[in-house]
Design a protein around this ligand. Sequence first.
Ligand code: XMP
Length: 314
Amino acid sequence: MDRFSPEEFIERKVEWLKREVDVGRAIIALSGGVDSSVTAVLGFKAIGDRLKAIFLEDGFMRIGESKRVVEVFSKLGIKVEVYDVQNEFIEALKGIRDAEEKRRAFRETFYGVFSRIAKNLKTEVVLQGTIAADVVETKGGVKTQHNVLEQIGINPLERYGFKVLEPLKELYKNHVRELAKALGLPNEIVYRRPFPGPGLSIRIVGEVTREKLDVVKRATLIVDEELADVKCFQAFPVLLEGKATGLSKSGSRKYGYMIALRVVESEDAMTAKYVKLDWNRLEKVRDRIVDEVPEVARVLYDVTDKPPATIEFE
Ligand code: XMP
C-alpha cells in the first residue's frame, strides 16, 4: 500500500458507507476493541443514529467489559445497547473440545443471535471490523476467525439474512490504530490490546465449562491489572487442559488447574515474539493468581514465538 493517509481513508470509507446504507438502519457488534470501535465511528459519521451499536455479552468477555464499553462510548455521544446472551453461548459450546469446532460453534451462535437482533431491529445490514490479518489467517487455514464469512464462501445474506460491510478489511492493526487516533478515539481504545472475537472461550484449552470460565476470568483480571504498563502487543492467561498436583495453604494435597501466561510483542499479529518479562513481575502475577484463584495449582510462562506457535492457544 502507498503511504497511508488516515484522513483520506476516513473520507473515502464514510462516503462508501453512506452509499451502501442509503436508507434504513444498520447494526454493529461493538466489543470496544480498536477494530470494531473504528468501524462504529466511521458508521456513525456516515449514517448517524440509523446505526445501532450492540454489545453482545456472550459470557466470554472480561469482567466489567460491558460497563466499560457503554461508559467510554457514552462520553463520545454514542449509545451502546447490551444484550445478555451468555446462556445461549455456553450451551452451544458445551461438550466441544476441538479448537476449530469451538470456533465454528461460536461463529454460528454469534451470527444466529445477531440475525435475530437484526430482524427485530428491521435491518439487513451489519457493519463489521474485520481486518486483513483475520482474513489472511482464515483463508490460509491457520484458524477460523469468528468474523470471516464471505472470504471463505459463506454468503451472509443467504445464511443469516443480512449483508456485511467491512470498511477495514484491507488494513492491518497499525493502520487501524492510526485511524482511531485520527478519529479522536481515547487512548484506552487506540492502544487497547487485541482481544479475540470468541474471547475467553479460546483461552480455555478443551471444553469450556462455567467453572473454567470463572477461573480464567478472575486470572485475566489479575494479569490485566499487573501487566497493564508492560510494553507488549498482548498479555493474557490461558487455562490449560487437565490438572496438576500442588499444596494448599494448609499443606494438604491439592489438585488444581494450570494457567499459562502468554505475553507477546508484535506489529501486525502475523508474527510475534514472546516478551522476556522481568522475573519479579512474573512472581507477582504468579503470587496473585495462586492466592486469589485457589482453584489454580500451577502458573507457567510461554516462551514460544509465532511461528511456530500462534498467539492464542486455540
Ligand atoms: P493467532 O492466535 O492466530 O492470533 O496468532 C492473531 C491475532 O488475532 C487475534 N484472534 C482473533 N481475533 N477473531 C478475532 O477478532 C478471532 O476469531 C480471533 N482469533 C485470534 C489474536 O488475539 C491475535 O491478536
